[in-house]
Design a binder for this molecule. Structure first.
Ligand code: SPV
Ligand code: MG
Length: 588
């Protein structure tokens, strides 16, 4: 073996000159070299590393005990060194703090140490501490005196190998002396520390398992600041920190206190939930889910999504009005609202939700009222209009207004439609758009409502020429009261109950809604009243004409037609909207 003096010296005892922005390795080195007492806090995962940073520690001790414990294995090198390095990568990313790895023995001989240093540098770890025991090691507090120490020259070679391998001159190698733990005495501890210092160690970690700091203080006195001294007062924890300061200690490591606090908290909560079989007693004592999202930096993801996913992938939301029992359907809606009536094997509402999901409308808010507890569909956010008995559709919409925060579809809850109907509506490049059925009134329903008057009737040859909405009849506002310079002749069709609003149009929609809300008759208003108010404000609402291919359910007869329609959908799902199902074509 080469003697130490023959090994390259390039990376040993280099003077660090500070550039404008300090790297993490420089920061750690400055902490070690600083005249002030510094502190490293243990972390063992990305989350705990983030918590250490938020607690304002300047650096992290990546504890071997804690990392192995969180992996559920012993502190005996049961986790491989590459598994440790993988955990470190998460810690670096989550905290961006200087990290000193507790590198045990360097996971082998000098050669393993060389590879370790290379990999740590590549992953942005600021330094490593190696201890003069033999691989595989055991935690110092478990039969420490029975553990064999490394042969001094072998450990010196390992330090030198690490120093010669590092390419970043600021990367720190801390040599940990286990002589006191193993019962070899103070002289041996000092002898080893000096050899390690001469081999290039940037600091000495002197470890003790006594409950008093006596041997550490004696060592520090004898050491006389020959190089930075690091301590781990896990056992002599009651020593006032001032004692360390006046002993000239460089850095104190709080070595395992986050994994231990996490373990106690998890034990209490797990037991309590098991015994009480409920979450109600623990919810207020644990971090809210939102706090976890914050620690994961979820907001940054949302912001990046807006930048990088682009318009085609932007979020879409839907609000479905489902508060009513359904007039004419009372016998079927004793214990469920109209939207939960089964149609060809699934509730009417499920058809609608599934249509939305297919068009990447992933946030669906359903406003329930009558028998809202029966609305038990997965993948929705249910809000309740408590005053559904005495209010109309706009009061229900108002209950969900906070969920309107992206391109949105506002829809009746009792709609079935061919998939192209929604897709075409979403593709209209306007802030407001509605679907109007131009087939003859009464063609699919006894209950006629929502007659729509448009800028042009459906001549089926409207390529590229936009049609706009002028008025929709509602129970509240009869066609006669519609303010227009032209007399209203025949309606151009029926609004099917679906409105698209772009994110850009939402402020306008919300402002009209709150204007209407301030009026005396708000409780009586329905969605057509909102459309008409928008038109009065000169808001352009584009019309997508369809000719049938949808069903609304307003009475028993509608329900039967809807069942037929749904069955036809199942038999002939319209994958290609250009090829219309002949059965439907005949019906429509
Ligand atoms: C660790 O944190 O893994 C250490 C310090 O090595 S101690 O457990 O106190 O030995
Ligand atoms: Mg350790």
């Amino acid at each position: 073996m080469n003697t130490i003096s023959e090994l390259p010296l390039a990376n040993r005892h280099q003077t660090i000159t500070a550039p404008a922005a300090l790297s993490n390795s420089m920061k750690l080195r400055r902490m070690l070299d600083s005249a002030d007492l510094e502190f490293l806090m243990e972390a063992h995962s990305g989350l705990s590393a983030r918590i250490v940073k938020e607690a304002e520690f300047k650096g992290i001790w990546a504890s071997g005990l804690s990392i192995s414990a969180q992996l559920g294995v012993r502190d005996n090198n049961e986790a491989s060194w590459t598994q440790i390095v993988d955990v470190l990568e998460f810690m670096v990313d989550a905290s961006d703090l200087p990290i000193l790895l507790d590198g045990d023995t360097g996971y082998g001989n000098f050669n393993n140490m060389r590879r370790l240093v290379r990999k740590l540098e590549q992953r942005g770890v600021a330094g490593v501490c190696i201890e003069d025991k033999q691989f595989p090691k055991t935690n110092s507090f478990l039969n420490g005196e029975r553990q064999p120490l490394a042969e001094i020259n072998e450990f010196v070679g390992k330090i030198a190998a690490g120093k010669d391998t590092q390419t970043d001159p600021s990367f720190s190698i801390v040599a940990r002396v286990e002589a006191l733990i193993a019962g070899w005495g103070m002289d041996e501890a000092l002898r080893r520390a000096e050899a390690y210092r001469l081999a290039g160690a940037d600091a000495i970690l002197i470890h003790s398992k006594l409950s008093r700091p006596d041997e550490i203080l004696t060592f520090a006195k004898e050491w006389a600041r020959r190089s930075p001294l690091v301590i781990v007062p896990t056992r002599y924890y009651s020593t006032p920190t001032e004692v360390f300061r006046s002993a000239g200690i460089s850095t104190v490591i709080w070595a395992n206190h986050l994994v231990r606090s996490a373990a106690s908290a998890m034990q209490v909560i797990a037991k309590e939930i098991f015994e009480s079989e409920t979450l109600v007693n623990v919810e207020d004592r644990i971090a809210p889910v939102e706090e976890i999202f914050r620690l994961q930096n979820a907001d940054e993801y949302s912001a990046a999504e807006r930048i990088y996913l682009g318009a085609t992938n932007t979020m879409r939301v839907a609000v479905v009005l489902a508060a009513s029992r359904g007039r004419g359907l009372e016998t079927l809606t004793v214990d469920q609202p109209k939207v939960m009536l089964p149609i060809a094997g699934k509730p009417l509402l499920r058809w609608l939700i599934d249509s939305f999901k297919r068009e990447r409308i992933n946030q669906v808010t359903v406003v329930g009222g009558y028998r809202a507890e029966a609305i038990d569909q997965a993948g929705i956010n249910l809000v309740i209009n408590q005053r559904y008995m005495e209010t109309g559709e706009l009061a229900s919409l108002e209950c969900a207004v906070d969920d309107l925060e992206a391109d949105a579809v506002i829809s009746y809850g009792d709609l079935l439609f061919r998939s192209y109907v929604l897709r075409d509506l979403l593709e209209i490049n306007a802030d407001f758009a509605v679907v109007v059925d131009s087939s003859p009134p009464g063609a699919h329903s006894q209950t006629v409502r929502d007659f729509a008057y448009c800028s042009r009737s459906d001549d089926r040859d409207l390529f590229g020429r936009p049609v706009t909405l002028r008025h929709v009849d509602s129970a509240h506002s009869a066609a006669a009261s519609f303010q227009s310079t032209e007399p209203l002749a025949q309606p151009d069709g029926r609004w099917i109950g679906m409105l698209k609003v772009s994110q850009r149009g939402l402020p306008q929609l919300k402002s009209v809604l709150s204007e209407l809300k301030a009026g005396p008759d708000f409780d009586a208003l329905d969605l057509p009243d909102l459309l008409n108010a928008l038109v009065r404000r000169h808001q352009v609402i584009e019309v997508a004409y369809v000719h049938g291919h949808w069903r609304g359910v307003n009475d028993l007869e509608d329900l039967c037609r809807a069942v037929d329609f749904a069955h036809a959908q199942i038999q002939s799902p319209d994958r290609n909207p250009a090829v219309l199902d002949p059965v439907l074509r005949r019906r429509d």
